[in-house]
Design a protein around this ligand. Structure first.
Ligand code: ZN
Length: 84
């Protein structure tokens, strides 16, 4: 599933939109088109567990829907630390 996200650059403060595929990964790596700095976007804070859409059904299968994400309009980014 590819989705369009807006990122706010940690370095220059500009925002930019990119298509990114959402996977099980907890982080996205992006690069700012303005200052070309790489950035890490942490997805974990936006992950919401989907338990059930139906209330009071008593159906165990409803508890296995997995996860979905709720993203803000602008995703904050962090400086990508060089591996040592
Ligand atoms: Zn930038």
């Amino acid at each position: 599933m590819k989705k369009r996200f807006t990122f706010k650059c940690w370095n220059c403060g500009k925002t930019y939109a990119l298509l990114r595929e959402i996977t099980e990964a907890q982080e996205l790596i992006v690069a700012c088109p303005f200052c070309e700095k790489e950035a890490i976007v942490k997805l974990e804070p936006f992950k919401k567990k989907v338990i059930s859409n139906l209330r009071g059904e008593g159906n165990d299968a409803d508890e296995a829907l997995g996860f979905e994400y709720e993203f803000p309009e602008e995703l904050p980014t962090e400086e990508r630390k060089k591996a040592e």
